[in-house]
Design a protein around this ligand. Sequence first.
Ligand code: PAN
Ligand code: ZN
Length: 199
Amino acid sequence: MPALSDLSFRVDLSSGTIAGAPTMVRKLSDLAGSFADRRALDAALHKGDPTVYSVASVQPADDAGQLHYGLGRLMPGKIGDEYFLTKGHVHRRREAAEVYIGLKGRGLLLLENLETGAAAMLELSQQSVVYVPSATAHRTVNIGSEPLVYIGVYPADAGHDYETIAKENFHHVIVERNGAPALIARKKYLEELNRMREE
Ligand code: PAN
Ligand code: ZN
């Protein structure tokens, strides 16, 4: 654990960085398995491979009882009708919860409880805080026109399980419908896409 005097960090909301903290970047090509509309994704990748989001992580100590946090910065954009999103995960230690604090921009958190199948989209913007309970997969989406910036605080021993999500993806998508975000079952959305393309 660093000295008490070294535990304050300055966050830069415009760059999404924290002085002294490592930043991880995910590009569109890293999210190939995340978006529903493969054709729209291929078309976008043909034009380039932009950064979709970054996370600057502060991890002062790793033992149980400690906390880690990440400053996320998610760019605005869409693949087909689906808003730019994070990969999403469930915590490896299923009981580990998380608190998301919105700092800038307009976003939503997609939550899916792995045990009950319940799903919801919750506001994540400048004046909202979202509690992510145990055993709940979470993915951030940007529904605005500027970068969405937020902090997620989670137990140091939570761990990130991306494999469970990679296997089946989230069962819902957040897509733009009549100019507003809508939560739709992935299966239904894919059926709609196929039907539209057959016509
Ligand atoms: C967040 C996420 C961040 C990026 O700090 O790590 O939003 O999303 P992915 O980790 O799914 O790529 C968090 O939930 N940490 O536990
Ligand atoms: Zn998390």
